[in-house]
Design a protein around this ligand. Structure first.
Ligand code: NI
Length: 182
C-alpha cells in the first residue's frame, strides 16, 4: 500500500465526472488499498477516487456507527455506487479533505440507501444514517465533480470553527467525529 496525494480544490480532476469501473482487477485493488491508507492517515470520513486524481467511480466511506476496533474496520468500499433511496433531512457542518480548513452548513438526507459493487464486482446494498449518510452523499458528489462548497448554505465563522475544534479536542480518544470531512 502507498499513500496518495490528495488533490486540492483548484485541480480540474475534481470537477470531472468519474467513469464506471468495469474491470475488477489487481490495479483496482491497489487503488482501493492506497485510498484506504490515505483516508486513515488524513483522518477523514470518506475519500473518492477523483481526490487522488483517478476518474473512476470508487468511493470509501467510514461507517462511523459501526462497532469496530479501529477505523480500518469501519471503511465501506463503494464501487459504481448509486443512491437508490433516501429519506429525511439533516443540516450540519461539512468539510472536505480537498478543501482544507473550510467548513459549511450543508443540507443532506438523513438516511441514504446505496447500491454498489464490492472490489470483486459483486453487487450489494448499504444503508447509512446521520453522519454516514452525509459521507455517502459527499463522496458520491465527488464522483460527479460536485464539491460541498457548491451546496453550502453558509460557511462557518472563525468563532464557530474554533468552537468546533475545541469540541473535537474534548472528544478525542472517544473515537467520535464532530464533523464530516471527506
Ligand atoms: Ni470531499
Amino acid at each position: 500500500m502507498a499513500l496518495r496525494n490528495i488533490l486540492r480544490e483548484s485541480e480540474p480532476a475534481l470537477r470531472k465526472r468519474s467513469r464506471a469501473v468495469t474491470d475488477f482487477n489487481p490495479r483496482l485493488h491497489q487503488l482501493i488499498d492506497d485510498m484506504r491508507e490515505t483516508l486513515l492517515k488524513a483522518g477523514g470520513i470518506g475519500l473518492a477516487a477523483p481526490q487522488v486524481g483517478v476518474l473512476r467511480a470508487v468511493a470509501l466511506i467510514l461507517d462511523v456507527e459501526r462497532e469496530a476496533e479501529s477505523d480500518d474496520g469501519r471503511i465501506v468500499e463503494l464501487i459504481n455506487p448509486e443512491i437508490v433511496a433516501e429519506s429525511g433531512e439533516q443540516s450540519g457542518p461539512e468539510g472536505c479533505l480537498s478543501v482544507p480548513s473550510l467548513y459549511g452548513i450543508v443540507k443532506r438526507p438523513d438516511t441514504v440507501k446505496v447500491r454498489a459493487n464490492d472490489r470483486s464486482g459483486g453487487a450489494f446494498e448499504f444503508t447509512g444514517k446521520n453522519l454516514t449518510a452525509r459521507a455517502i452523499c459527499h463522496e458520491l458528489d465527488h464522483l460527479k465533480g460536485i464539491l460541498f462548497t457548491d451546496l453550502v448554505e453558509r460557511f462557518l465563522t472563525d468563532e464557530e470553527l474554533e468552537e468546533m475544534s475545541r469540541e473535537r479536542e474534548r472528544e478525542r480518544g472517544g473515537g467520535s467525529k464532530a464533523e464530516a470531512e471527506g
